[in-house]
Design a protein around this ligand. Sequence first.
Ligand code: HEC
Ligand code: HEC
Length: 274
Amino acid sequence: MGGWRTGILIAILAAAAGFGAGYWRWGWPVDWYAGHDAAALPAGTDDPVRYGWQLVISTPEHIGRNAAAPAMRYAGNDLACTNCHLNAGRQAYAAPFISTFTSFPMISDDRYLTLADRINGCMTRSMNGRPLPGDSREMEAFIAYIRFVGQGSPSDIRIPGMGLRPLPAPKQAPDATRGRTVYAASCARCHGPEGAGSRLEPPRIGYAAPPLWGEDSFNAAAGMADMRIAAAFVRANMPFETTYDDPSLNDQQAWDVAAFVTTQPRPAGPQRTP
Ligand code: HEC
Ligand code: HEC
């Protein structure tokens, strides 16, 4: 087969896989999600990228509500960033970090938002905690890591797979009662019958499966507390190890289970700043 034909075939496959724009723009379908694994960086140095990666995957041990140093307890729960930003921010349609560094600063709701502000958005909502100081070693490390995972990716577009995969509007109004049935069948075995998740073996701090509601969950102002966001996340990523191109629930089940989860009790959010 001629080179251009192979090229077209690859373009079609790439488009089907959701990476078409990468091909179109750059002449070859690059998988921006595959590179930049911080696990390959040498340990035992004070490399901010490596520390940032540790903060993303072992958040509660460093800055969680039960962290060893009381002054470092910035988060109000024991969630880890990677519980939602799957594979440490390197999974398509699981709110990845690939195009994040180059997306900031941005204007959002008429506010000028830096990357540090956005990280603190998750600190005060998803992590139910307080903001990290802008000049802290931790904030610098988060930013260094986020920059690292996007290195070399196009700087003027958000690559395909950023954010969450939009879900078509539900055919029937999302229903928490039907959602409870979906939850019992497809979620409770990991997240627990009461949504409390299951903790890692001590002395490790954090979760093998994170809580979805209750006092140690994300708060009511978090993105994940919004039914549309939860439905899109769950449809593409849950049960764990599902990927967007081979989903497990159908659209209606995702809407229904999201209606159930987002109407369960959780900590109140911070007051919205006007
Ligand atoms: C409970 C789930 C959850 C947790 C935990 C969480 N986040 Fe998020 N985060 C989200 C969601 C949802 C979004 C918005 C995704 C979208 O629609 O673009 C987001 C967006 C972001 C963004 C903006 C990304 C972009 O390119 O626009 C950053 C940066 C971020 N989070 C950092 C963090 C960090 C750092 C932590 C850990 C300290 C964290 N988040 C913990 C759910 C979470
Ligand atoms: C096989 C175990 C398993 C099953 C089944 C499962 N999950 Fe998860 N879920 C996880 C794990 C593990 C994570 C965190 C992923 C990580 O840290 O890499 C997670 C993360 C999440 C998150 C984001 C983190 C948070 O605290 O909110 C949501 C929302 C979620 N799951 C909802 C669901 C729903 C709804 C179902 C049922 C449709 C479900 N999950 C089924 C294991 C599971």
